[in-house]
Design a binder for this molecule. Structure first.
Ligand code: JF5
Length: 235
């Protein structure tokens, strides 16, 4: 997968792209990320990318020109799914991440200031939000999207990912996990996990996942029911 990121702060991505899962995915050529400074498509001598809003009001709005020229240049290289990160977009979830992980190329557009000139939206295929809050810029949201998508690209993670992913895809939270020691400061690991009875372990985990989802995220179960994934409820 190729990911082009357009931003006024390309350096923002340095450490996350060099570290951990994204670093390894880059090294292995599974997720190639290219950073583009939006200012390279600015046209005035101050390299402006924003201006005051028509109609007045606080703050600045990102100019359409640099965005249109950036997307002209990047799309001339070939087809890509163009995504704008903004608070009014579709909420990112596991399903959206899975869909994007199947794309050969993404262009992530990071807005700043009070927003992006509305006409830029004629050039994007979709707007994505990571939640109902306002960030200083789309960069943080783009990183969240990138990490959620990259770990679903085939080969990026081993099988360790799939169990938890399948659980979430089925609309359930994960079951509780423990490692050594068996007793830590008087806190015990549930006996069933040390019983060696794999069937009992599996049943316990399923029960825990369901109970935890019911208690903490009942909305996930309702959604699973609506989607006809009744087996999540043991039916
Ligand atoms: C942004 C206009 C982009 O604040 C966000 C955001 C929140 N959830 N998802 C994205 O992006 C920055 C702000 C204003 C465009």
């Amino acid at each position: 997968m190729l990911v082009d990121i357009v931003t006024i702060f390309p350096r923002f991505f340095d450490s996350p792209l060099a570290t951990g899962l994204l670093g390894k995915a880059g090294e292995r050529g599974l997720v190639q990320v290219r950073l583009h400074d939006l200012r390279q498509w600015a046209t005035d001598r101050h390299r402006s990318v924003d201006d005051a809003p028509f109609g007045g009001g606080a703050g600045m709005v990102m100019l359409p020109g640099p965005w249109f020229d950036a997307l002209d240049a990047l799309e001339a290289e070939g087809p890509a799914r163009v995504v704008l990160l903004a608070p009014d977009g579709q909420r990112l979830d596991h399903q959206v991440a899975q869909r994007l992980a199947g794309e050969p190329r993404l262009i992530l557009c990071c807005g700043r200031y009070e927003g992006v000139d509305e006409r830029v939206r004629t050039r994007v295929h979709e707007v994505l939000s990571i939640g109902d809050f306002i960030l200083a810029g789309g960069e943080t949201a783009a990183l969240v999207v990138l990490e959620a998508v990259a770990r679903l690209v085939p080969g990026v993670m081993g099988n360790a990912a799939s169990a938890a992913d399948e659980s979430f895809a089925a609309g359930l939270l994960e079951y509780p996990q423990y490692t050594r020691p068996a007793v830590y400061r008087g806190l015990e690991v549930p006996a069933v996990l040390r019983s060696g009875d794999h069937g009992a372990v599996e049943r316990w985990r399923r029960e825990q996942a369901l109970e935890r989802t019911r208690r903490l995220r009942p909305d996930l179960l309702e959604r699973a029911e609506d989607e006809g994934a009744g087996e999540a409820e043991g039916r």
